[in-house]
Design a protein around this ligand. Structure first.
Ligand code: M6R
Length: 637
C-alpha cells in the first residue's frame, strides 16, 4: 500500500510533499518520511518517523532542510515492523540512492541474500531497501542509467511503484511502475509525481498516467518515458476534472459519524444521477457500432449503456452477472446478488477478488463482470479486473473515485456520488453501493422487458424511502444507544452475528464493522448454520446479534433461530422490522425498523447498525477513523 509523492521544479518541495502526504494517508499511516536534495552540496537530507504524517510534520518543524527536488512516503507496513528504520525513504549503503516504494517485491529474500554476500549492509527489514542496494550494483555495472533501470525491473518480481532519487543526478526523479499506479502532474517548470492525483490536485489538472510496466526520467521541464524494454513511449497528457475537496469533520467527533449521517444525501444524489443517465436510453438504441467507452472520461455519458461500455443488445442477452470486490464492497456485492437474481432472473455469482485470482476462469457467454470498489485502487480487485480484461469480457467498475485506476482500466464505469469517504471504516460507500446495485438490477430488468417503466419508477422511489428510513431510525434510537446500550455492549469481549438469506451478508458487514473499529472479536454465521456447530459458543457472555428479513418464510426460520439462542440462555439483540412481534418479544434488546421493500431491508438497517457499532467503539476510546493496522485503500495483494 503506501502513498508516494515527488517533486522536481523551481520551487522548494518540502511543504508540497508534507501537504501531499497528508492527502495520501488513506493509503497507510504507520510511518512517514521525506527526503530532499540540498542544491548546494548535492546531498540528501531526510527525515522519517514511526507514526502518521502529522507527527512527521510536527517533528520536521525543527528541521530546516528543503530542496527543489524531493519526495515523501506514507507507509502501511508489509515487510518489517512499524519503526523508523523500516520507514521510507530507503537507501543504498552510502545513502546516495533514495527510494520510496508502494507494492511488494516478491522473492526479495533471495535478492537480499545475494546482496549480503556481496557485502551490502542492510539497516531495515524492508523489500524496498533491497531495491536500493540492487539498483546501486546495477548503476555501477551498466554503462547508462537507462540500462540500469531496465536491468532492475527485470530482476524485480511483483508489483511496485517506485520513485528514485540519486545524488549523482540531482535534478531528476526516476519513476517506475508495474501494476501499482503512478501519475505525473505537469506544472510550469515543474513536475509532480504521486501514487494518486489527489496529492497534487490543487497544483495542476494536467497529468500523465504512467502506463503499466513503464518508467520515466522526470526533470522540471521534461518527461522521458520508456517501456521496460527501453522503447521510448509517447507521453500522453490529459486533463482531470475531478476536484479534491479536503472535507473537515464539520463539527462531528469523527469522520465516521459524519459519514454515517451523510448517507441519505449520498444515496439520493447517486440515484438521482442514475435516473438521469438511465432515462435517456433512446440515444443508446443505435450504438451497436458506437465507440467503446473512452478510458478517462471528462463528462459522463448521457446513456446508461454507453456509460457502462455495453450495448443494449448485450444487456438483453445477459445470462449471468458476476460481482467481484473485497471487504465491505464484497458484502455489498453479496447483498446485491439477491437484487440481480430477483429482478433480472439470471444467476449472479459473487467473488472475493483475492480468491478469484487463483480460481480457474470459465469464460461465460453473455455475461458481464461488475467490479465494485469504493476507492478504485484495491490491488486485489484491480488484478481481478486485469485478468478478466485479458479474456475480452465486458467489465464495469462501480467506484466512488472517478480518477481511480479501476475507471481507466474497466470497459465502463458507474460512478457513485457518495462524496469523499475519509474514515477507514466504510459506511456511506456501502449504502451507496447497495442503492446503485439495486437500481442497476432494476434497470437491466427493464431493458430485458422483465419489469415496466412504472416498476422502475417505483423502485427508484423505494430507494429514496429506504434512504429516509436509514436516517430517521438512527434518530429514534440515538438517545438509547448513546445513554445506555453503547456502554452495556462495550463490556463484552466477543460477539456472534447471525443473518439469514439477504440479511446474512449484511450480518457479515456488521461483524466486520465491529471488529475493525472496536477490535472486539466478532464472528458471523448464517443463522441456519448455528445448529451445525457454532451453537456451542452460545453463553451469557457472548451476545448474539441477529438481523431479520422481510421475507415471511425466512422470517419464521429466523424466529426459530432466535429461540434456539434463548433456550441456551444466550443474550439476544435483534434488528427486526415493525410487526415482527415474535422476534421482538423474545429478544433482550430489539431495534425496530420501519418496513421497506423486502430487498431493501439491509439498506434500511445500515445506518443504525453503523451508529450502534460506532458508539460501542467510542466507549472503548479507539482511534475510530484510523484503526490500528489498517489503511483506507488496500493497494497490495
Ligand atoms: O476501496 P474498496 O471498496 O475496494 O475497499 C475494499 C476494502 O478494503 C474495504 O471495504 C474495507 O473492508 C473497509 N475498511 C471496510 O470498512
Amino acid at each position: 500500500m503506501c502513498g508516494i509523492i515527488g517533486y522536481v521544479g523551481e520551487k522548494k518541495s518540502r511543504s508540497y510533499i508534507l501537504e501531499g502526504l497528508k492527502k495520501l494517508e488513506y493509503r497507510g499511516y504507520d510511518s512517514a518520511g521525506i527526503v530532499c536534495i540540498d542544491e548546494k552540496h548535492k546531498q540528501f537530507s531526510f527525515q522519517k518517523e514511526a507514526g502518521g504524517v502529522s507527527l512527521l510534520k510536527k517533528l520536521s518543524e525543527k528541521v530546516t532542510f528543503d530542496g527543489s527536488v524531493g519526495m515523501g512516503h506514507t507507509r502501511w507496513a508489509t515487510h518489517g515492523v512499524v519503526d523508523k528504520k523500516n520507514a521510507h525513504p530507503q537507501f543504498n549503503s552510502d545513502k546516495s540512492i533514495a527510494i520510496v516504494h508502494n507494492g511488494i517485491v516478491e522473492g526479495y529474500e533471495d535478492l537480499r541474500e545475494e546482496l549480503i554476500k556481496a557485502k551490502h549492509a542492510f539497516e531495515s527489514s524492508t523489500d524496498t531497501e533491497v531495491i536500493a542496494h540492487l539498483f546501486d550494483e546495477l548503476v555501477q555495472e551498466q554503462p547508462t542509467l537507462k540500462l540500469a533501470i531496465m536491468s532492475l525491473v527485470k530482476k524485480l518480481e511483483g508489483a511496485f511503484a517506485l520513485v528514485v532519487m540519486m545524488e549523482q543526478y540531482p535534478d531528476q526523479l526516476i519513476v517506475i511502475r508495474r501494476r501499482s499506479p503512478l501519475v505525473v502532474g505537469i506544472g510550469e517548470n515543474e513536475h509532480f509525481v504521486a501514487s494518486d492525483f489527489i496529492a497534487f490536485s490543487d497544483k495542476t489538472k494536467d497529468v500523465v498516467f504512467l502506463p503499466d510496466t513503464s518508467f520515466a526520467i522526470v526533470t522540471k521541464n521534461n518527461i522521458d518515458l520508456f517501456d521496460f524494454d527501453g522503447k521510448p513511449l509517447e507521453v500522453i497528457s490529459q486533463k482531470v476534472k475531478e476536484e479534491y475537496t479536503q472535507t473537515d469533520k464539520q463539527g462531528f467527533e469523527h469522520y465516521m459519524l459524519k459519514e454515517i449521517y451523510e448517507q441519505k444525501r449520498a444515496i439520493t444524489r447517486s440515484i438521482s444521477f442514475c435516473k438521469v443517465i438511465g432515462n435517456s436510453s433512446s440515444s443508446c438504441q443505435s450504438d451497436e457500432t458506437s465507440e467503446p467507452f473512452s478510458r478517462y472520461k471528462e463528462e459522463y455519458n448521457d446513456c446508461i449503456w454507453r456509460q457502462l461500455g455495453i450495448t443494449p443488445k448485450q444487456v438483453k442477452n445477459l445470462k449471468s452477472v458476476n460481482l467481484i470486490a473485497a471487504g465491505t464492497s464484497w458484502h455489498a456485492a453479496r447483498v446485491a446478488q439477491f437484487f440481480f437474481e430477483s429482478f433480472c432472473k439470471i444467476p449472479a455469482r459473487v467473488y472475493l477478488a483475492s480468491e478469484f485470482l487463483y480460481m480457474p476462469f470459465f469464460n461465460q457467454e453473455d455475461s458481464v463482470y461488475i467490479l465494485i470498489s469504493q476507492s478504485g485502487e484495491t490491488a486485489d480487485t484491480l488484478q481481478a479486473l486485469r485478468l478478466i480484461n485479458a479474456q475480452d469480457v465486458p467489465t464495469i467498475a462501480l467506484t466512488n473515485v472517478a480518477s481511480s485506476t479501476i475507471v481507466r482500466e474497466a470497459g465502463g464505469f458507474l460512478p457513485m456520488q457518495a462524496g469523499p469517504e475519509i474514515s477507514v471504516a466504510s459506511t456511506k460507500a456501502f449504502s451507496t453501493q447497495l442503492s446503485i446495485l439495486y437500481w442497476l438490477a432494476n434497470r437491466i430488468a427493464l431493458e430485458k422487458g422483465l419489469i415496466s417503466a412504472l416498476d422502475m419508477h417505483d423502485s427508484e422511489e423505494d430507494l429514496f424511502i429506504a434512504a429516509e428510513i436509514l436516517e430517521t431510525v438512527i434518530e429514534s434510537y440515538k438517545l438509547k444507544i448513546t445513554h445506555e446500550l453503547a456502554e452495556q455492549y462495550s463490556k463484552y469481549s466477543r460477539f456472534i452475528f447471525l443473518g439469514r438469506n439477504i440479511s446474512y451478508p449484511f450480518a457479515l458487514e456488521a461483524a466486520l464493522k465491529l471488529k475493525e473499529i472496536s477490535y472486539i472479536f466478532s464472528q458471523c454465521y448464517p443463522a441456519g448454520e448455528l445448529k451445525h456447530g457454532p451453537i456451542a459458543l452460545i453463553d451469557e457472555y457472548t451476545p448474539v446479534v441477529l438481523f431479520s428479513t422481510l421475507d415471511k418464510i425466512v422470517y419464521q426460520k429466523i424466529v426459530s433461530n432466535a429461540q434456539e439462542v434463548k433456550a441456551r440462555k444466550g443474550h439476544l439483540l435483534v434488528f427486526a422490522f415493525e410487526g415482527q412481534k415474535e422476534l421482538i418479544n423474545i429478544a433482550d434488546t430489539a431495534f425496530i425498523i420501519p418496513k421497506v421493500k423486502p430487498l431493501l431491508g439491509p439498506l434500511a438497517m445500515t445506518g443504525l447498525m453503523q451508529f450502534f457499532v460506532y458508539h460501542i467503539t467510542c466507549k472503548l476510546g479507539r482511534p475510530i477513523d484510523k484503526p490500528r493496522n489498517l489503511a483506507k485503500s488496500v493497494t497490495v495483494e
